[in-house]
Design a protein around this ligand. Structure first.
Ligand code: GLA
Length: 383
């Protein structure tokens, strides 16, 4: 992959890159829509990555090239405003560059930039966080800017929130940054503490991508975000503003009459999901993977009934997977409203089993889901 990237860079820009960096995609293991509510979440970095290469220029231009089309977007380094429509793919590294400079990176000259990906597109594996983290590593190294990993993760999230315009939490960037092979990343999103703990060796991840994408997915994500914030505001009445993470089910029941039915159900999902993440951590430490699997199913059920970010296709996949003895648990992974289901299986779950799931799905929906299995991988780094 690195050789292809280097070769393409030379072809496009006529010289060699000075730095290379890579960052992985992620699976959301458990903790659905808990991150921007200051809660807990667990994810796994996978062994598929975005890799990028960059070299300084002698002038003040920034150039981003698409490896697929060869198209080059050229900008002035002192005009760091988000690009629209066809050029919006440059916003990920561009936003990162803007916020690295705000954090103290000194750049007198611009750069040429190119990236390549082994992440399947649109599979809900967060290729956006992977490009943000890999560009944070590459551009910091290019300009000799010293920033720790947490700073790079925060810059990736800031870029996604303020430059790309997606009000996500810290899950994707945190896992892409702090991932470790054979381990999960646990994030306390309030304190922004990241820790790793081992995933039992017998576990495998399978993804079933429904390829269904709700047309309004970004708007629906923002709606859920706003509903949670409104519920938190009511729960905070009489004190300082706090996020849903701070409240218990008893607190929620006490203000039920002041919340709309929708706000109540969104908040209940988040409060119970936070408890499930903590329980999953406890069970994983005890090696009780069957118990963890049950929590994955419970998480999906809550997305389905309370948070309402599932859909018929994802529910069907989870229900079908439930029929397999070698599946510990399954749930929608990521924002929802279409996208992929993640299954945690033992090592006996085979390609043939996956095909059976795909066939059953195709009988109902007329089209097979995209199947993908992956191993865990390491977090962002120079390469
Ligand atoms: C998307 C966002 C994450 C997180 C999940 C839902 O993947 O990017 O920050 O909110 O949805 O848990």
């Amino acid at each position: 992959m690195k050789e292809t990237l280097e070769k393409s860079f030379k072809e496009i820009y006529g010289r060699s890159p000075e730095v290379f960096a890579q960052a992985p995609g992620r699976i959301e293991f458990i903790g659905n829509h808990t991150d921007y509510n200051g809660g807990y979440v667990m994810g796994a970095a996978i062994d598929k990555v975005v890799m990028c290469a960059a070299a300084k220029r002698a002038d003040k231009k920034l150039r981003f090239a698409s490896i697929k089309t060869g198209e080059i977007v050229e900008l002035d380094m002192d005009d760091l405003t988000p690009r629209k429509r066809e050029q919006n793919w440059v916003n990920y590294p561009l936003g990162v560059f803007k916020y690295l400079r705000e954090a103290g990176l000194k750049a007198e000259v611009g750069f040429d930039f190119l990236d390549i990906s082994s992440l399947p597109a649109g599979a809900g594996l967060s290729s956006s966080a992977a490009i943000e983290l890999s560009s944070a590593f590459a551009l910091s190294a290019l300009y000799g800017f010293e920033a720790d990993l947490k700073t790079k993760v925060r810059i990736g999230k800031k870029s996604e929130n303020l430059f790309v315009g997606m009000p996500c939490g810290i899950l994707d960037q945190g896992v892409s940054g702090f991932g470790k092979k054979d381990a999960l990343v646990f994030i306390d999103c309030k304190t922004e503490d990241f820790s790793n703990f081992p995933l039992p060796g017998k576990c495998r991840f399978w993804l079933f991508n429904s390829t269904k994408k709700h047309a309004l997915v970004d708007g629906l994500y923002a709606d859920r975000h706003n509903e949670c914030m409104r519920a938190a505001k009511v729960l905070s009445e009489g004190g300082e503003d706090r996020l849903l993470r701070e409240f218990s089910l008893d607190d929620l029941e006490a203000v039920k009459g002041k919340l709309t039915d929708v706000e109540y159900r969104r908040a209940r999902h988040v409060i119970e999901e936070n408890a499930r993440v903590l329980k999953a951590e406890e069970l994983l430490l005890k090696g009780d993977i069957e118990g963890v699997g049950k929590l994955l199913y419970a998480s999906h059920n809550s997305s389905r009934t309370l948070f309402e970010n599932s859909c018929e296709e994802l529910d069907f996949l989870v229900d079908t997977l439930k029929g397999f003895k070698n599946v510990y648990g399954a749930r929608l992974s990521g924002g929802g409203f279409g996208g992929a289901v993640m299954a945690l299986t033992d090592e006996t779950f085979s390609e043939e089993d996956a095909r059976k799931v795909a066939k059953t799905y195709a009988e109902k929906f007329g089209q097979e889901p995209k199947i993908f299995t992956c191993a865990t991988g390491d977090g962002a780094k120079l390469c």
